[in-house]
Design a protein around this ligand. Structure first.
Ligand code: PMP
Length: 419
């Protein structure tokens, strides 16, 4: 058999796994060229919010593509970008929007903004160059984003490229004080620049949840010390965990906020880093050396921005919150059923996300169970991609009750692989 020239991400081609070819998608359904239907229970890596090929977003993309496709964004602008930025200012309460193209890049931008902020402030603040992160975090796969993520098998080879960070422990229930103490110690140092965290749910780190009060307390500690608080809502944003933003549940307004994935409803790559007045102000000067030196060719691509404008329209005009509430309630019911299944542990639900761990002697990302689970779900026409022995559902909000129930049952039946 000839090999495809396509080298897929996070895919070990040497295992000879089949790679299904998808020809079409609609709602929570993917269709192969042969017409087989697969339920996309993970929103194609957490991006698709309302559903695939969502008509108002698809239409906006087509119209924009015929009007203005792409424009250099250094020193030029277009209406879709202005409209997205305005919309995001009212959603986030942060006054400035800097565009980029992916979750990883909006995180890189956040880190650069933080260090640039302290350097440009001067008055001895330039030594604030250290970043603190939370244990088990994931912020992306570019070099800077990897540096602030959990170290493991997936970045071991690149270790020489990564910069050092301070790590606060994950706030396990009952052990939150250890997190606060570590954050206090970091913030007390005169080299502390920023703390970056995934609010309420650590996604790729294993769908680990912590409560809003902990988020609020971490933000408070940073504020007391004047250390920048960066919220990475790349996954949690756009309703995934029940509210538009995870920070909303804790009443927290970060200094810098990272948004991507669902910003276009999941149709096109676009990201944004929202910044506070103070961050923008420290870069604002007649001095060109204080310019924010970050760009890429497709910054604020006009078609992607038009998709984001359409997505904001969907949020404004359609009962999105009611759909999220319905899905969350169905996931809660599924979680209650799964909690009774022998072989399943730590069943948890947060907004539209349901996660659980399969009881295995050796867990972790390279758990031998993972490829077997993947195949088990695939055989049942379900796209569920476990993280090691942790399986989760994070479907588009338009998934039907019937499809969701199928997913819940498949999660339960998969314990047969543990025998
Ligand atoms: N931050 C978080 C919290 C994420 O979950 C992800 C991706 N899963 C990223 C950043 C990176 O986003 P991207 O894959 O779009 O670069």
């Amino acid at each position: 058999m000839t090999r495809s020239p396509v080298w897929h991400p996070f895919t070990q081609h040497g295992l000879g796994e089949p790679i299904p070819l998808i020809a079409r998608a609609e709602g929570a359904s993917l269709y192969t060229a042969q017409g087989d239907r697969i339920v996309d229970a993970i929103s194609s890596w957490w991006v698709t919010t309302h559903g695939h090929a969502y008509p108002p977003i698809a239409r906006a993309i087509a119209e924009q593509a015929g009007r203005l496709d792409q424009l250099i964004f250094a020193g030029w602008t277009h209406q879709p970008a202005q409209d997205v930025a305005q919309g995001l200012v009212s959603i986030t309460g942060l006054p400035y929007a800097f565009f980029s193209d992916s979750g990883s890049t909006c995180v890189e931008v956040a880190l650069k903004m933080a260090l640039g902020h302290w350097r440009h402030l001067g008055q001895g603040q330039g030594q604030r160059q250290r970043i603190a992160v939370m244990q088990h975090s994931y912020h992306g796969d570019t070099i800077g984003a990897m540096s602030i993520g959990e170290r493991g098998v997936y970045n071991a080879a690149y270790e020489p490229l990564l910069f050092a960070v301070d790590t606060v422990p994950f706030p396990h229930a009952g052990a939150e004080q250890a997190t606060y103490d570590a954050l206090e110690r970091f913030c007390a140092g005169d080299d502390a620049a920023a703390f970056i965290v995934e609010p309420l749910v650590l996604g790729a780190g294993g769908m680990l949840f912590y409560p809003p009060a902990v988020l609020a307390e971490m933000a408070r500690i940073c504020a007391v010390h004047g250390v920048l608080f960066i919220a990475d809502e790349v996954m949690t944003g756009w309703g995934r965990i029940g509210t538009m933003l995870a920070c909303d549940q804790a009443g927290v307004r970060p200094d810098i906020l990272c948004l991507a994935k669902g910003i276009t409803g999941g149709a096109l790559p676009l990201a944004v880093t929202m910044a506070s007045e103070a961050i923008y102000e420290s870069h604002y000067a007649p001095d060109r050396s204080k310019t924010f030196f970050h760009s890429s060719s497709y910054t604020a691509n006009a078609i992607a921005c038009a998709a984001a404008v359409a997505n904001l329209g969907v949020w404004r005009d359609e009962p999105v919150q009611a759909r999220i509430d319905t899905l969350a309630a169905r996931q809660a019911a599924g979680a209650a059923m799964l909690a009774k299944v022998d072989g399943v542990e730590n069943v948890r639900q947060c907004g539209t996300i349901l996660a659980l761990d399969y009881r295995v002697p050796q867990g972790g990302y390279l758990s031998g169970l993972q490829p077997r689970l993947l195949a088990f779900f695939r055989e049942r026409g379900l796209l569920i991609r476990p993280l090691g022995n942790t399986a989760y559902l994070m479907p588009p909000y338009s998934i039907t009750q019937e499809d969701l129930t199928r997913c819940h049952h498949a999660l339960a039946e998969a314990v047969e692989l543990l025998a």
